[in-house]
Design a protein. Structure first.
Length: 292
């Protein structure tokens, strides 16, 4: 359990802003923090990591105080059981893939963990190469593996996939979710990508002007946000097809969530249970195509 109640005065692009947040994250939960630029997302993540100090409040993880202003507690980042992955992969350019992971392993750590992470992230054929020889997606896999070498409780991801093309981004989402489950992590993701948030998250915190404005399942929050933000593109697997008097209702599994999408009879005619579909919606589907 992460329990975070903090306050911090920030110098935001729009001027002075007070970040004031009170939230709880359950063990092994995957949550996303969503909001406009300058809303306080990255500052929130940095305070959880120990890279920025709140002005007041506390951060407690699994009943251990990482920060408590009233008690004078502020653990260094190295003392917090976290793995960090940012948009900038920050790999050592003079080291091979294997050496980057070995370097992150604590002294006396079991090198079998490095072997296991290399296998999980499919880096075996690349482990003797240096980062300059790798694609962006390959470098991101190395950054993810390195973040998990020391067996963190919490994985923090700050726009880690924003520089990748859409196809590679979807592939990396699969790796992230697999690693989250394999190591029973509590994961916190910052992302602007609606489809990415829906595919990965158990819950979403929508933040604006330093305050949590909305919270709920990924689909609930993203549908409410799409009311104000235009069209929402999602992708999922058809679980059920139910004819109705007003059209055809599809039950679609999107990541860990299920939603109902209404399409007309002509759109539904070529669809089958198990098809992967991509649709554009504000509340429920208005355009749909099957991805074979």
């Amino acid at each position: 359990m992460i329990r975070m109640q903090i306050r911090k005065q920030l110098h935001a692009p729009q001027g002075e802003m007070t970040l004031e947040v009170d939230l709880q994250i359950r063990p092994e939960e995957f949550v996303s923090i969503h909001g406009p630029s300058g809303a306080g997302k990255t500052s929130l993540l940095r305070m959880l990591a120990g890279l920025m100090t709140p002005d007041a409040g506390f951060i407690k993880v699994a009943d251990v105080s990482w920060f408590d202003q009233s008690r004078g507690i502020n653990l260094r980042p190295q003392k917090r059981a976290i793995g960090l992955v940012f948009q900038d992969y920050a790999l050592f350019p003079n080291m091979t893939v294997r050496q980057n992971l070995d370097f992150a392993l604590s002294k006396g750590g079991d090198k079998k963990r490095v072997d296991h992470l290399i296998e999980l992230t499919e880096l075996g054929d690349l482990q003797q190469l240096k980062p300059g020889k790798l694609s962006g997606g390959q470098q991101q896999r190395v950054a993810l593996a390195r973040a998990l070498v020391q067996q963190p409780q919490v994985l923090l991801l700050d726009e880690p996939l924003s520089a990748l093309d859409p196809a590679m981004r979807r592939k990396m989402q699969t790796y992230i979710l697999a690693l989250h489950r394999e190591f029973k992590l509590t994961t916190v993701l910052i992302s602007h990508d609606y489809a990415e948030i829906a595919a990965l998250s158990d819950r979403v915190f929508a933040i604006d002007k330093g305050r949590i404005q909305d919270e709920g399942s990924a689909i609930e929050v993203l549908q409410r946000q799409s009311h104000h933000g235009g069209l929402l593109q999602l992708k999922g697997i058809i679980e059920a097809i139910v004819p109705t008097t007003s059209g055809t209702k599809l039950k679609v599994q999107i990541g860990k969530q299920s939603i109902e999408v209404i399409v007309d009879i002509n759109q539904a005619a070529s669809l089958e249970i198990g098809d992967q579909i991509q649709f554009t919606t504000q509340i429920y589907g208005s355009a749909i195509r099957v991805l074979k």
